[in-house]
Design a protein around this ligand. Structure first.
Ligand SMILES: [Zn+2]
Ligand SMILES: [Zn+2]
Length: 578
């Protein structure tokens, strides 16, 4: 008993130099974040550096002995004593308490130190890694003091690396690896069947594991070949399953089966377990080596279900009734709404965005929704700038053939739920996307009331990114989905499916409820540069998952239909429809 206590005491009071150095380093970084006297910061940082390199342990040294070590003065010696004997450091505790945890997390991002974090936190008002990632995506860092496009890109990559090391991937980040792997498999096994399965084939917003099913005549040879593939790391083969990681760390599972078992395996590996069970429960016959997935569904008395819909039994009733939705496709989109330009925080001009939409994306219209005046961090438009922008739009619309720029605005929903301009300005826009960008920290009731108030504003056309979530990094505020969607139905307001791969908000799990209530959805890329317009593809994928058809997608309307609908909304005609 006494011996155990003695060992415990030793464990508590012994501290490696490395740990002491690390605490001092963190202390110096936090001091920098809080603008403490630079001389003091330097002496702490120096001490951290020196302690780390010492050839002997500091534990057990007296204060006098510590003071004599080069680089450790009186006050640092006292700090070391405190740290070794109590395990804590009062100065460090106090500064930690005064710093948002998300800001401390930023210190772990490679490529940014306290100086840059200071700007991010104090000047840009960003206090967690999720928001920082999104700000990089919105190009908000490039122009901040001491940054630039290159630093912004580096930060973006560093954050993505951290996300990946947590074992979860955004669909869009998993895609390049997935495509490359399939390309390799096509090359290696030209005669075999192969296809994605699992979450990736179902187009889930987050991918934990990429599954590919391979059906081949020579199973053993394929397994042997894949067990030593250089395309994956940490390869482990067990039976007919080969596990490994892609070069970016995405977990991969290859399932190798005989060619005749391929479609059954593909079906089983694609749907989530509840879905597979629900379908197989309907089959009374034996399904022996089906030659297609269609055949499996046919035996279950159903038409073939697109992989996106194979989540539980959510679309089973519709499949039974033969009423599966004819899912929307990227080609159905006639235009794009909710995009930014150099007027606020975008990096391409209005004209560049318009020409790209017309010539590259073959669209009929571009809805431009720069930020409104409260979004000062994003150069939100003052009333005067709104009027100037409208002049430029009028001018460009005269110049651009076969194309139209629509005057929109992404109006901040203020804390009390009101929009950001007086009515006489609001009525000048063709349409208005209303979004929350500030004071995201609110409870469900407050968030719901705030959104409903904005939805009830007669000028609101579309509710933007309803929960403010950033996948894998910010949860978003909770809302009462039913109340918010019902309010949209009652007021003829459409809801955005924000297509940024980080948002995908409205969540697909609520699309059917919205559609049943008669609410239209808009697939909006929220692009801040011409490249960002392509994000619309991710919005289309989740819209398909939610069961959206082109008939109730706002931007599947052609220009005439859309402007008619906008006019009807402005004249309060849509309210009566519901
Ligand atoms: Zn926004
Ligand atoms: Zn936006």
């Amino acid at each position: 008993m006494i011996k155990a206590a003695f060992i415990l005491l030793l464990l508590v009071s012994y501290m490696e130099n490395k740990i002491i150095a690390r605490r001092f380093k963190l202390l110096s970084q936090l001091m920098e974040l809080h603008n403490v006297n630079p001389f003091k910061i330097r002496s702490i940082a120096n001490a951290a550096f020196k302690i780390d390199k010492l050839p002997y342990s500091l534990t057990g040294k007296t204060t006098e002995e510590l003071e004599k070590i080069e680089g450790i003065g009186k006050s640092i010696a006292a700090n070391v004593q405190e740290l070794v004997s109590t395990g804590t450091l009062t100065d460090l505790e106090e500064l930690t308490a005064a710093t948002p945890p998300g800001v401390i997390d930023m210190l772990h991002i490679k490529g940014i130190g306290p100086k840059k974090i200071n700007v991010i936190w104090h000047d840009l008002g960003i206090d967690n890694v999720g928001e920082l990632y999104y700000a990089c995506n919105e190009n908000r860092l490039a122009e901040a003091k001491g940054f630039g496009l290159k630093t912004q890109e580096e930060i973006l990559k560093a954050i993505e690396f951290t996300m990946a090391s947590n074992g979860k991937f955004l669909y869009a980040r998993a895609r390049p690896d997935a495509e490359e792997l399939l390309f390799f498999l096509r090359d290696t096994f030209p005669g075999a069947h192969k296809h994605f399965a699992g979450e990736y084939r179902r187009c889930c917003e987050i991918i934990i594991e990429l599954i590919i099913v391979i059906g081949t005549r020579d199973k053993e040879a394929a397994i042997t070949n894949l067990s030593t593939t250089a395309l994956l790391t940490n390869v482990k083969a067990e039976g007919n399953i080969i596990n490994g990681y892609s070069k970016n760390g995405l977990p991969v599972k290859l399932v190798v089966v005989d060619k005749r078992d391929y479609y059954m395996e593909l079906f089983v590996q694609t749907g989530n377990p509840e879905h597979v069970k629900a379908i197989l429960n309907r089959v009374s016959d034996v399904i022996d080596q089906p030659e297609s997935e269609e055949l499996i569904y046919k035996k279950a008395g159903l038409e073939w279900m697109p992989p996106e819909l194979r989540e539980g039994d959510s679309f089973l009733d519709k499949a039974v009734a033969g009423l599966l939705p004819d899912l929307i496709d990227a080609h159905d989109l006639k235009g794009t709404l909710h995009n930014h330009s150099t007027w606020s925080d975008g990096i391409n001009t209005l004209e560049e965005m318009a020409l790209y939409c017309r010539d590259e994306m073959k669209l009929e219209y571009l809805g431009i929704c720069d930020h409104s005046k409260s979004a000062f961090y994003a150069k939100g438009l003052s009333i005067e700038r709104v009027l100037q922008q409208h002049e430029e739009i009028d001018h460009l619309n005269k110049k651009l053939e076969n194309f139209r720029i629509l005057k929109g605005i992404e109006s901040d929903i203020l804390n009390d739920g009101s929009l950001d301009y007086p009515d006489e300005i609001l009525q000048r826009f063709d349409f208005i996307v209303a979004s929350v960008h500030s004071v995201l920290n609110m409870n469900k009731e407050k968030a719901t009331t705030r959104l409903v108030k904005a939805i009830e504003n007669p000028y609101t056309t579309i509710l933007g990114h309803p929960t403010g979530r950033l996948l894998l990094s910010r949860k978003g505020y909770e809302i009462d989905y039913k109340k918010v969607i019902d309010a949209c139905a009652a007021n003829g307001v459409s809801i955005e499916i924000n297509a940024n791969p980080l948002r995908l908000d409205l969540d697909w799990r609520w699309h059917q409820y919205a559609l049943e209530k008669g609410v239209w959805l808009a697939i909006n890329p929220d692009a801040h540069r011409t490249d960002g317009l392509h994000d619309v593809q991710y919005g289309v994928l989740v819209a398909r998952k939610g069961g959206l058809t082109k008939e109730t997608c706002l931007n599947a309307l052609d220009l005439q239909q859309l402007t008619d609908r906008f006019a009807a909304k402005k004249n309060n005609l849509l309210i009566k429809q519901f």
